[in-house]
Design a protein around this ligand. Structure first.
Ligand code: ADP
Length: 318
């Protein structure tokens, strides 16, 4: 869907911000770019919608070079969400949401209906909020409007640059949960920049770890945790600590039993390391405690557990 072919960017002052990027983001994928500050995440993102011109290489969207798209067509078909809430302060929420549909000359009824439907998707009562100005909403609510505004004209691609990092932890978690729902329901191709590993583990289909303008590893959350390409990834993902997580209490992670014939059964005392290894091959495991099958654990619940554990240890962020 979005293909980077040997893409490099050198700024006018000589800074080589990204070098020889080669990867492809699949249709409908939630692709998270993560890495320390200054590693080239934002540059990579902004080259996709031509906010930053490439110095070398090519980016294709659906097999067509981005340079060959009409710039308006390109931008309208790519939703963009920034960290700073960028709603127009003098417009109502409804007017803000309808900016791109209006430019695309949608008819009034379709726009009205779309605004209502999107507000409901993120839990904001349309009748209460659509007529308000942005300043009459909380930061978390404004950012939710920022997200749905990017979705309003039904773009095929969404770019998000640290969209939740300015929010307090509670609003942030809430909007991440909304994002999970939107992801499930809309299946948009999304490129999401963050420096927060917990957020990446929670949302990503695949994570791209960058360092000094280069890609270090691309993989599913599971692959990065179980098979880090090098020490940098291992440290960044926090998996160095995986053997050090004192007692992974499998009982905390149990899901209801839902065995299939091929289910692997593990004792409740199995080490964290072994669990991760098994989960790299099996989607879920049955947990046995003294001869009784007490539930299942799956990749998702273990990754969640791991990311929460990292956060508690204060090592999830840069
Ligand atoms: P990140 O988003 O990972 O923090 P950026 O893509 O913003 O990284 O920046 C990558 C590198 O390019 C950094 O060294 C940054 O200082 C540099 N950079 C970013 N924008 C410019 C610019 N307009 N001119 C010169 N250097 C820049």
């Amino acid at each position: 869907m979005i293909k980077f072919n040997n893409v490099s960017k050198r700024y006018a002052d000589g800074t080589l911000a990204v070098e020889s990027l080669n990867f492809e983001i699949n249709q409908g994928e939630f692709f998270v770019i993560i890495g320390p500050s200054g590693c080239g995440k934002t540059t990579t993102l902004k080259m996709i919608n031509r906010l930053i011109p490439l110095s070398d290489g090519t980016i294709f969207i659906k097999d067509k070079k981005i340079s060959e798209y009409d710039i308006h067509e390109l931008r309208w078909n790519i939703g963009y969400v920034l960290q700073q809430i960028a709603l127009f302060p003098h417009m109502t929420i409804e007017e803000n949401i309808s900016v791109v549909p209006e430019m695309k000359k949608w008819n009034r009824d379709t726009m009205r209906q779309r605004a209502r439907e999107l507000m409901e998707m993120v839990g904001l009562e349309p009748e209460t909020y659509l007529d308000r100005k942005p300043s009459e909403l909380s930061g978390g609510q404004q950012q939710r409007v920022g997200v749905i505004r990017a979705l309003a004209a039904d773009p095929e691609i969404i770019l998000m640059d640290e969209p939740f990092s300015a929010l307090d932890p509670i609003s942030r978690e809430k909007i991440q949960d909304d994002m999970m729902d939107l992801k499930r329901n809309l299946k948009k191709t999304t490129v999401f920049v963050t420096h927060d590993m917990q957020e990446a583990l929670k949302l990503a289909d695949r994570i791209c770890i960058m360092r000094d303008g280069k890609v270090v590893q691309i993989g599913t959350p599971q692959e990065l945790v179980t098979n880090p390409a090098n020490d940098f990834v291992e440290e960044f993902v926090g998996s160095k600590y995986r053997n050090g997580i004192p007692t992974i209490d499998l009982e905390e992670l149990l899901q209801p039993l839902n065995e299939t014939e091929s289910s692997i059964v593990v004792p409740v005392s199995t080490s964290w390391k072994e669990i991760l290894e098994l989960l790299s091959e099996h989607e879920q495991l049955v947990v046995d405690k003294t001869g009784e099958r007490i539930g299942m654990i799956n990749r998702r619940s273990v990754i969640q557990y791991l990311s929460t554990n990292l956060q508690d240890r204060g090592i999830a962020n840069e």
